[in-house]
Design a protein. Structure first.
Length: 491
């Protein structure tokens, strides 16, 4: 019997909770906003607190006999053609760790694309999995990484037949997508599962003009952030499962091990409502988003000194297999401005916050929430930037290494290096030492340095000049990179 996507079990149960006038002598302690600080209530509004109830013993009974969350997850799975779906209120950072722990055990191998998000590296550290790094496809002209090719994974499996599975990031924060169908075939030929970190692809299932999404392409597990390209709240994430290569009960156990025992009903409600919105209206909403993005792209391309990257820039042999046009990636090389300085200038002078930025680009993320008004404001700000290019121009130049120089030797497993005895040494003395921390330009959150990698001069110079130019490396022990945390030499 077809499921009814006009239903929203979590939202409906929350409404019923208030209609029944439930009185809780339980957490949360603000008791439906009554105890919240008045100044906080002025800023947040009471609706936030009224939606903040216990998941069991509040939204549902203490034994969850109404299956409210289960029904919401079943509807989500049906909407995106998955066999099982799990909600997470700890972001895709938790979801991807749960997937990794299910596919590979401590000391087992997992093929991982080296452009993975720092949450993947955190998963390696926590569970002691041995990564077999798969190099991305590098664009040496634009200094940009695209997802690795299926052939690269095929060769890695041949060299490491004991690897338990593979993980790839697609699409990247820049909108470049992997050939997931071919990659799934590489894995399934060996009866190995494919995990796709599709945090930036929540919208992909809902429009045929977008890159194929992971479940339709044959992936086994897919992790998606509802808050990035969807309309859920921050930290709202789902992970989907299909096929028989991964045990759904094992995946649920791993998620339970990592997750909170106090999940946010607010986040559940946001996920549930977004699924209903997209199941009923998704293609129309994505039509609108694509039209808005096309208008923005054409108009920005006409601004002197700016180039909007498109499929011709990102796709083809040795590059990405697909392209999502909603991240509007703008190359500022023609203006002589770094993305860091441009982003700061736009925020200061026009109160525009951009999605990501690097040594030569900025990106404006378009979703179904944008329209002619928001795009017009963006265009006004970008034209002003071009007219005032001399203000953010200059500054330190980032010395970007070649792809070969950017890759370092994984001398020690990430877990072993992270938990080893350490020294903090001046950056100038760190060459040749083994890193004991991640160093991750944020956004987009892809580590340049991993624990266990042997530091090289080109990478250290890149990070030093990057920080001087405005790069943010928040996870380093010393975010200014005057010192670097390395393994003690006797460790």
């Amino acid at each position: 019997m077809p499921l009814d996507h006009s239903e929203a079990p979590v939202l409906e149960a929350l409404a019923a909770y208030h209609e029944r006038d439930e009185l809780g002598f339980t957490p949360p302690g603000h008791k439906q906003a009554r105890g919240a600080d008045p100044e906080v209530r002025k800023v947040l509004g009471d609706a936030v607190f009224c939606g903040d109830v216990l998941a069991s013993g509040g939204l549902d009974d203490r034994r969850t006999r109404n299956r409210i969350l289960e029904r919401a997850e079943e509807l989500m799975a049906d909407a995106v053609h998955a066999d099982h779906t799990f909600f997470s209120t700890c972001g895709s950072s938790l979801s991807v760790k749960a997937a990794m722990l299910t596919v590979a055990a401590p000391h087992e191998k997992l093929l991982v694309s080296r452009d993975a998000h720092k949450s993947v590296v955190a998963g390696l550290i926590l569970c002691g999995i041995e990564p077999v790094w798969i190099d991305p496809q590098w664009d040496p002209v634009r200094h940009l990484a695209h997802p690795p090719s299926p052939e690269a994974y095929d060769k890695a499996f041949a060299a490491h037949p004991d690897a338990r599975g593979a993980l790839v990031t697609s699409p990247t924060p820049y909108g470049a997508a992997a050939d997931l169908s071919a990659l799934a075939e590489v894995c399934h030929r060996r009866s190995r599962p494919l995990i796709v970190d599709e945090a930036w692809g929540a919208h992909l299932p809902f429009h045929p003009g977008l890159p194929s999404w992971a479940m339709d392409a044959g992936a086994d597990i897919c992790v998606t952030s509802i808050h990035k390209m969807g309309s859920g709240l921050e930290q709202g994430s789902v992970f989907h499962l299909q096929g028989d290569l991964v045990d759904p009960d094992a995946l649920a156990l791993r998620a339970d091990l990592l997750g909170t025992t106090s999940p946010s009903v607010l986040l559940y409600a946001g996920i549930d409502g977004w699924r209903r919105q997209m199941a009923l209206h998704g293609e129309r909403l994505m039509d609108h988003a694509l039209e808005v993005a096309a208008t923005a792209r054409e108009s920005i391309e006409a601004i002197d000194g700016m180039h909007v990257n498109d499929s011709a820039d990102f796709c083809g042999p040795g590059a990405a297999a697909g392209f999502d046009p909603l991240p509007v990636v703008i190359d500022l090389s023609g203006l002589g401005i770094s993305g860091y300085r441009a982003a700061d200038w736009l925020r200061e002078h026009h109160h525009i916050d951009l999605h990501l930025f690097d040594h030569r680009r900025v990106s404006a993320q378009i979703t179904h929430a944008d329209d002619a008004t928001t795009v017009a404001r963006l265009l006004d700000a970008l034209r002003s930037l071009a007219d005032h290019r001399e203000e953010p121009a200059g500054g330190k130049r980032v010395q970007v290494p070649t792809p070969a120089d950017l890759r370092m030797e994984q001398a020690v497993l990430p877990r072993d290096a992270f938990f080893a005895r350490t020294d903090d040494v001046p950056l100038a003395e760190a060459e040749g030492r083994i890193a004991a921390e991640m160093m991750t330009p944020y956004p987009p959150g892809i580590p340049v340095v991993l624990p266990g990698e042997r530091l090289t001069e080109p990478v250290l110079t890149y990070l030093r000049t990057g920080v001087e130019a405005g790069m943010n490396v928040p996870d380093a022990t010393d975010s200014g990179l005057d010192t670097v945390r390395v393994m003690h030499e006797d460790a």
